[in-house]
Write a protein that binds this ligand. Structure first.
Ligand code: SF4
Length: 92
């Protein structure tokens, strides 16, 4: 039981050290049509979206191959590598 608690505390500490994830309901995220799961992007609302596009292959994504990372569009927060927003720019 004690081991579990220590592991839980360590997990919480590492979460706190990382920037918060962008909330899809943030006004800025809504304005940019950000979705944490690119496959859920509504094509009717985001005509620019094409299947296969996501943060991890966007030129602005700073997370490398990590599941989440920074994006200058959402300063101080993290976006999901599987996410998408209308500022998407294909990585060269
Ligand atoms: Fe993702 Fe690129 Fe939009 Fe940033 S600009 S949220 S990395 S699609």
């Amino acid at each position: 039981m004690q081991t579990l608690c220590v592991a839980g505390a360590a997990a919480m500490a590492s979460t706190a050290a990382q920037a918060a994830m962008v909330d899809e309901k943030d006004p800025q995220a809504v304005g940019l049509g950000y979705q944490a799961d690119a496959t859920k992007v509504d094509k009717a609302k985001a005509p620019k979206y094409a299947a296969g596009q996501n943060c991890s292959n966007c030129a602005l994504y700073q997370g490398g191959s990590a599941a989440a990372g920074g994006c200058p569009i959402f300063a101080g927060k993290q976006v999901s590598g599987k996410g998408w927003c209308s500022a998407y720019a294909k990585k060269a």
